[in-house]
Design a binder for this molecule. Structure first.
Ligand SMILES: Cc1cc2nc3c(=O)[nH]c(=O)nc-3n(C[C@H](O)[C@H](O)[C@H](O)COP(=O)(O)OP(=O)(O)OC[C@H]3O[C@@H](n4cnc5c(N)ncnc54)[C@H](O)[C@@H]3O)c2cc1C
Ligand code: FES
Length: 346
């Protein structure tokens, strides 16, 4: 089926397979349809159906709250039933020539390792090499459960045949409970990847600020790995703020220490505990880190005062934490929006 999209800066068209999400068809064809979560919660992908027939596969998607009429739809949840014409209220962006093109592929769960009582690391072998940028995410589909879930890659190498993820168990969550269950290794999952705009590129000559809540550290690990490998912190500062509730919720601390130890003069790591005072065992185990009690955005705001010049910020984690960080970065730090990259783990 042919999809024609008219945007403020022109008209593009692409082919959409039966049952394929309109967003996926556009992105794999090089048409940069707008999106953020790609999973039906944010409303960023809305478009108006001007001609043809299309249906949402998740009519109750929370992102539907942003739709203003029955003619509007979420492209990340909708499939075409006919040739369609869509109108966007925004301009289509152009994809950077080096940015990888997303595609549908499969992957097999190979290994799962507990990181905390409710966080696991998961390795997935994919059908063919996948290129992605540091900070990107994949949509994961599990057999028998409706809808895709977004998970950020921890690794970053181009041509990756194995993807690493960090997964937090969501109470009552269908996919995360399934992935925490028995018999998962060896199961084949569906993927659509890579997605996401919270990417790090070493040619951007700026200080790096990472504010992560919980499993939001996943994409930051990818960014920090690449930045360290490229020697970015030889010339630019890196400020990592990692927020968890209590000491037992912390993970990847050894890995963060290994990054910090490579660039002790420029790379700092601060761990914020929101729900308890910092136990003496933490600074004893990680003397190179700073620790604080408080919400991670508040700790970052306090410690970054007067240090926001030439900073590009990356934020990921639960929506309230990301919203509070965005308020800090926009209103107090006065960073331009182009220097704020975020993923809201909705
Ligand atoms: C960009 C991004 C990156 C993320 N990265 C990570 C990460 O690295 N690690 C991590 O732990 N978490 C990450 N998350 C959060 C993670 O996606 C959620 O925790 C996960 O969706 C929970 O899934 P669940 O099935 O356990 O919960 P559920 O409550 O069952 O489902 C949650 C989500 O699934 C989708 N969904 C539910 N029902 C349907 C349906 N019928 N049809 C279609 N879609 C449906 C919706 O998006 C919904 O919000 C990320 C989120 C986003 C948006
Ligand atoms: S991108 Fe479709 S609702 Fe978020």
């Amino acid at each position: 089926m042919k999809i024609v999209v008219s945007a403020r800066n022109g008209t593009r068209d692409f082919e959409c397979d039966p049952g394929e999400k309109i967003l996926h068809a556009g992105l794999r064809s090089g048409v940069e349809l707008p999106y953020e979560c790609a999973t039906g919660t944010c409303g960023t992908c809305k478009a108006r159906l001007v001609g043809g027939r299309a249906e949402s596969e998740w009519p109750d998607a929370p992102g539907g709250r942003s739709l203003q009429s029955a003619a509007e739809l979420l492209t990340c949840q909708s499939v075409a039933r006919d040739d369609c014409t869509l109108a966007l209220g925004t301009a289509l962006k152009s994809r950077a020539p080096s940015a990888p093109t997303p595609r549908a592929l499969g992957g097999v769960v190979r290994a799962r390792r507990a990181l905390t009582h409710d966080v696991v690391a998961l390795q997935l072998d994919v059908d063919g090499p996948l290129d992605f940028d540091a900070g990107q995410f994949a949509l994961v589909t599990v057999p028998g459960i409706a809808g895709a879930r977004a998970y950020s890659m921890v690794n970053f190498d181009r041509g990756a045949e194995r993807l690493s993820f960090v997964l937090k168990l969501k109470p009552g969550g269908a996919v995360s409970n399934w992935l925490f269950g028995d018999g998962v290794e060896g199961t084949r999952l569906g993927l659509f990847a890579p997605l996401g705009h919270a990417t790090f590129h070493p040619d951007v000559r700026k200080h790096v600020l990472c504010i992560a809540g919980g499993s939001g550290i996943a994409g930051m690990m990818s960014i920090l790995s690449l930045a360290c490998r490229e020697g970015h912190f030889g010339a630019w500062d890196g400020h990592v703020f990692f927020g968890v509730r209590t000491a037992r919720d912390g993970f990847f601390l050894d890995e963060l220490e290994a990054f910090r130890a490579q660039y002790p003069a420029r790379l700092s790591v601060t761990v914020a505990l929101s729900d308890e005072d910092v136990p003496a065992s933490l600074p004893a185990a990680y003397p190179g880190f700073a620790f604080a009690r408080g919400f991670v955005h508040a700790v970052a705001g306090e410690r970054m005062k007067g240090r926001f010049a030439d900073v590009r910020a990356y934020v990921a984690g639960p929506p309230p934490m990301v919203d509070a960080s965005l308020r800090l970065l926009l209103r107090e730090a006065r960073l331009p929006p182009a220097d704020i990259r975020y993923d809201k783990f909705s």
